[in-house]
Design a protein around this ligand. Structure first.
Ligand SMILES: [Zn+2]
Length: 344
């Protein structure tokens, strides 16, 4: 029995890649080639929202946009009508699963979900809306002691590659034009093979960092304010959370605007449960935040999707040598310091 437990541990846990957030020596990350950040001509605002999928609320425990024209999707449509100039990138779960064995029929390329897909594709036609790929199932089956939503934390390079290609294939078959990727639950493995998998799928960018997670686990590797080149991809930053108080959101936006960075607001397509969810309170706050940006009090701001910014950044980053070295975190420090001082 003991031998069986040991073998299971070795085979399924110890021999798995170690997540970036658990890596004992964060300076020994394999394969990370970082280019200096791309500086923008003007501050740009992008809103990104994760977890859009057709799985019903009674299965998920929250409305992730399952009901076109109702629930949280109606709220989003109202927001787009009120603020038609804004840019939103939605990261879609291609085939939501609650467990490895579940077969819910929530893959976006299934015929029963074609009306759902059509409804959201209409947004891309009418508004500045983009759809990116958010893993495959939003589920990790390798380690029962670790967050089950962190799909790539323990994935081997081959598994990561197969998963990214499968998820992208489903979205493409459904009719989505996908250029970007965000990993579910932020964590990735420490050899950064996920980045290679995303690049091998022909995608343009990864939105793989938050202020303290994803690519910025344990220490800062990529800019929080500008697009950064990483192993042939553009990383798009995320720096403002919808759960923050409105004053803090506005303050950060003004600081980022002052250095012409990317004001990147993170939310979840969910009516409850998740961090940065589209609750009534947060939707109200988002409207007031957009009113603040529109008032000009924080200076001139453009609105775009991640794809649009990444396409511009790629041209600039492509001219930089691929072995440009690591991102110098001190370049973000001035802005961080001034934000902290303003909060005191
Ligand atoms: Zn997610």
């Amino acid at each position: 029995m003991r031998r069986r437990i040991k073998r299971t541990l070795l085979r399924h846990i110890v021999r798995r890649p170690i997540p970036l957030s658990l890596c004992s020596d964060p300076d020994s990350i394999e394969g990370g080639v970082f280019c200096p950040p791309w500086k923008c001509g003007k501050a740009t605002c992008v809103i990104s929202m994760d977890d859009l999928c057709p799985a019903p609320a009674k299965v998920v425990g929250a409305d992730l946009g399952c009901e076109p024209g109702g629930g949280v999707s109606k709220e989003l449509e109202n927001l787009l009508r009120e603020f038609p100039h804004i840019g939103i990138t939605f990261f879609v779960i291609p085939d939501f699963r609650r467990s490895p064995a579940s077969r819910g029929g929530y893959a976006v390329n299934l015929p029963q979900n074609s009306a759902w897909v059509k409804y959201y594709l209409e947004w891309a036609r009418k508004y500045q809306v983009e759809f990116g790929v958010h893993g495959l199932h939003h589920f990790q089956r390798y380690n029962p002691f670790f967050g089950k939503r962190l799909e790539y934390a323990f994935a081997t390079p081959a598994e990561a590659r197969a998963s990214v290609h499968a998820g992208l294939g489903m979205l493409t078959e459904a009719g989505f034009d996908v250029r970007g990727f965000r990993q579910p639950g932020w964590d990735i493995n420490s050899d950064l093979s996920l980045i290679s998998a995303v690049r091998s799928a022909g995608l343009l960018y990864v939105a793989g960092s938050s202020l303290d997670a994803g690519l910025n686990s344990q220490r800062q590797r990529v800019s929080n304010l500008f697009p950064t080149g990483i192993n042939g991809l553009v990383n798009m930053p995320q720096n403002i959370e919808l759960d923050w108080p409105l004053a803090r959101m506005c303050e950060e936006a003004a600081r980022i605007q002052s250095v012409r960075g990317i004001i990147s607001v993170k939310a979840h397509v969910a009516d409850r449960g998740n961090p940065n969810a589209l609750t009534e309170k947060n939707l109200c706050k988002l409207r007031r935040f957009l009113d603040f940006l529109g008032s000009g009090r924080s200076g001139e701001i453009e609105y775009a999707t991640f794809e649009k910014i990444a396409a511009l950044a790629e041209k600039s980053l492509a001219s930089i040598a691929p072995n440009a070295g690591e991102w110098d975190a001190s370049l973000d420090q001035d802005v961080k310091r001034s934000s902290a001082e303003a909060r005191i």
